[in-house]
Design a binder for this molecule. Structure first.
Ligand SMILES: *[C@@H]1O[C@H](CO)[C@@H](O)[C@H](O)[C@H]1NC(C)=O
Ligand SMILES: *[C@@H]1O[C@H](CO)[C@@H](O)[C@H](O)[C@H]1NC(C)=O
Ligand SMILES: *[C@@H]1O[C@H](CO)[C@@H](O)[C@H](O)[C@H]1NC(C)=O
Ligand SMILES: *[C@@H]1O[C@H](CO)[C@@H](O)[C@H](O)[C@H]1NC(C)=O
Ligand SMILES: *[C@@H]1O[C@H](CO)[C@@H](O)[C@H](O)[C@H]1NC(C)=O
Length: 607
């Protein structure tokens, strides 16, 4: 096998592992190499490079803030320098690094700026000005629409903020209704239909809490998962498996101290342990209690794995992750596991930790060994069958100390850059960026015969009518055959057919004051709720809720089938202060309640 196209670019640079390579835009062929004091722009997929340090006036850049590339196809980049006097300065380029402009910020940044998720003209920043607030919980969120000339304060007294699925969330320290202690909240993930929220358990450093899922308005929360692992550094292993609808992974901390991985296929409705991969044996001691466990953010933070689990909406069903098999997660040398059906079945794929990347919408997967025995590498592994067979390509004659693997944003590309350095006796190290174009490997465009129809979430031997149904509908995808060696190409779009499913009790949550009896899908009345009505104070209006116990899961699209008496909401009278977050009452004091209201997360809408 010979691959003709791999381009090597070398330059002398500062030492150590301080280099990062960031692609700018999709299809521009431009990447930026940033070190501690040196900035280099690689153009035309690495064919040429030029030093751009003078364009930002040779300013030192804060490593932790670094370079930020604009979303999607934009050619916008932004550097945050280390010197911030009197406030902060940011350098921005809108032409992929050909020229830069600097902007003075009238405040200090508390964390790296981020681009607005849709509009690359907008930047989002958080200020930590001592004058205004110097502690978390007292931060201000401000908005500028003119690149920093004027600001408006959007929220105050906040603890943190972030974009989650296109919505801006702020979290504030608040108390759970009818609890006296202060809880810690963190939005794990969310979209226009619902959010996942972690609420810490009372007590210092308990390292776990409960995950709640919200309704579509973010007001009523249902308990989804208990003993959810949440580290002291604010890290969580919660992972949205973006290649399959409704699938999420995370880790729980068992009472005996074991950490185990659980997966949900219905957006937090139920969680279960992962199946053991068929091609992997369990050790003697865990033969009866053997599952796959997946490493997430905690393991990456602690240096156990080099990468988080990887999935992408264009590579339907594909999940690549580090894991271990046994009765709990193990921190000894993890291996790489692959699932091609969104997490139902897994396969051991590569021994030892690797860096990996999905190219050509899943038609190609590449990996580089993370901790080779002698420290240096010269090979990249690639697979055209979702990690079943791997081939090896030697991209350089002289091995390099590996520093990183990066491709253009998205998974449409077939170009990947490997970068690293070679120490030189009497010089600064030679930095090397190698760009490999796998187009010369996959020369044939895929045709109709290369694709098959595939029903997502199908389980063997299920009922035909409800087979593959998740949240009220099923989806049939057009997927690349595993044995086809061809390229999806840049124009590839995921093709799917949706069809509605008949409703069952599983398409409903138990409403306020009701709970699901063990081993049954029926919602039962809680004994201590004498009244059918729930009163919710929302934006100054009291809403009264009459319910037969079932609440359709937000965004569930089922039709016909099981239909409980409809729930009614009527607006009664004014209540509370209209600027206060929503509260719910009456609230059951007994711990059997499965639904409760949580305040503390304010939804500010798309800004
Ligand atoms: C670099 O410094 C010069 C002279 O002080 C200034 O005119 C120019 O705007 C600066 N460039 C940037 C990108 O800030
Ligand atoms: C999970 O990822 C999918 C695909 O990107 C996205 O559509 C969905 O909104 C995400 N879910 C949540 C709860 O954020
Ligand atoms: C590729 O590199 C490996 C060492 O990493 C070597 O064993 C192998 O022979 C090389 N293959 C080719 C075709 O040069
Ligand atoms: C890969 O890089 C080459 C230039 O070396 C470029 O012409 C080609 O469009 C790129 N391919 C993809 C799929 O991005
Ligand atoms: C639920 O099912 C489990 C296992 O099938 C059984 O052990 C348990 O007793 C059942 N619980 C009730 C309340 O029926």
């Amino acid at each position: 096998l010979s691959l003709s196209l791999s381009l090597q670019t070398g330059f002398h640079g500062d030492d150590g592992s301080s280099f990062t390579v960031t692609w700018v835009g999709d299809g521009t062929g431009v990447s930026m190499v940033s070190g501690w004091w040196q900035y280099i722009c690689l153009a035309d997929y690495g064919k040429s490079f030029h030093d751009i340090s003078h364009l930002i006036n040779n300013t030192f850049i804060r490593k932790e803030f670094g370079l930020l590339a604009g979303p999607g196809n934009s050619q916008q980049v932004s550097y945050t320098p280390v010197l911030d006097n009197p406030g902060g300065v940011i350098f921005t380029s809108t032409d992929a690094g050909v020229s830069f402009k600097s902007v003075q910020l009238p405040f200090h940044l508390a964390q790296p700026i981020t681009f607005h998720f849709l509009n690359p003209e907008y930047l989002v920043a958080i200020s930590i000005d001592v004058m205004e607030a110097d502690r978390r919980g007292e931060l201000f969120l401000k908005r500028t629409e003119d690149l920093g000339k004027t600001f408006t304060t959007v929220a105050h007294s906040i603890f943190s903020f972030g974009y989650v699925g296109g919505f801006l969330f702020t979290s504030v320290m608040e108390t759970l209704v009818r609890h006296t202690h202060t809880d810690f909240y963190s939005v794990l993930d969310g979209d226009e239909d619902m959010i996942f929220m972690h609420v810490d358990n009372p007590g210092e450093e308990s390292y776990f809490g409960t995950v709640y899922t919200s309704d579509d308005r973010g007001i009523l929360y249902s308990k989804s998962l208990e003993r959810h692992l949440f580290g002291g550094e604010g890290k969580s292993d919660f992972t949205n498996v973006t290649s399959m609808r409704g699938v999420y992974l995370t880790n729980v901390l068992e009472e005996d101290g074991r950490i185990r991985t659980v997966i949900s296929f219905n957006r937090g409705g139920e969680w279960k342990l992962l199946n053991k991969p068929q091609n992997v044996e369990c050790g003697e001691d865990s033969r009866n209690d053997c599952n796959l466990h997946i490493h997430g953010e905690h393991s990456r933070y602690n240096g156990i794995t080099p990468m988080l689990p990887l999935s992408d909406p264009t590579a339907v069903g594909l999940v690549i992750a580090h894991g271990s098999v046994g009765d709990s997660i193990s921190s000894t040398r993890p291996d790489v596991y692959v699932s091609e059906d969104g997490g139902y079945k897994w396969r051991g794929s590569l021994r030892g930790p690797h860096h990996y990347s999905i190219l050509d919408a899943g038609g190609l997967v590449v990996a580089v060994e993370a901790h080779p025995i002698d420290g240096q590498i010269n090979t990249i592994k690639f697979s055209t069958d979702e990690g079943q067979c791997w081939k090896v390509y030697n991209f350089t004659e002289q091995p390099i100390f590996f520093a990183g693997l990066t491709s253009e944003p998205g998974t449409k590309t077939m170009n990947i850059s490997v970068w690293g350095y070679r120490p030189e006796d009497d010089h600064q190290p030679m930095w090397v960026v190698v760009t490999i174009d796998f187009q010369s490997l996959l020369t044939r465009e895929c045709g109709n015969q290369d694709y098959v129809q595939w029903l997502a979430h199908a389980t063997e031997g299920g009922d035909l009518a409800t087979e593959g149904c998740v949240l009220g509908y099923k989806e049939i995808f057009r997927r690349l055959r595993k044995l086809s060696v061809c390229r999806n190409g840049r124009d590839y779009v995921v093709s799917r057919q949706k069809s509605p499913c008949p409703c069952t009790r599983e398409d409903y949550r138990c409403d306020y004051g009701y709970y699901r009896h063990e081993n049954s899908s029926e919602c039962m009345r809680q004994l201590d709720t004498t009244d059918h009505a729930l009163k919710v104070c929302l934006n100054g209006e009291e809403e009264e809720l009459r319910t037969s116990g079932y609440r359709k899961i937000p965004s569930d699209k089922c039709e016909g089938g099981f239909t409980p008496l409809s729930r009614k909401e009527t607006v009664n009278r004014h209540c509370g202060n209209s600027s206060q977050p929503p509260t719910a009452s009456p609230y059951s004091e007994t711990p059997v309640s499965v639904t409760c209201a949580v305040k503390g997360v304010t939804y500010l809408g798309i800004m």
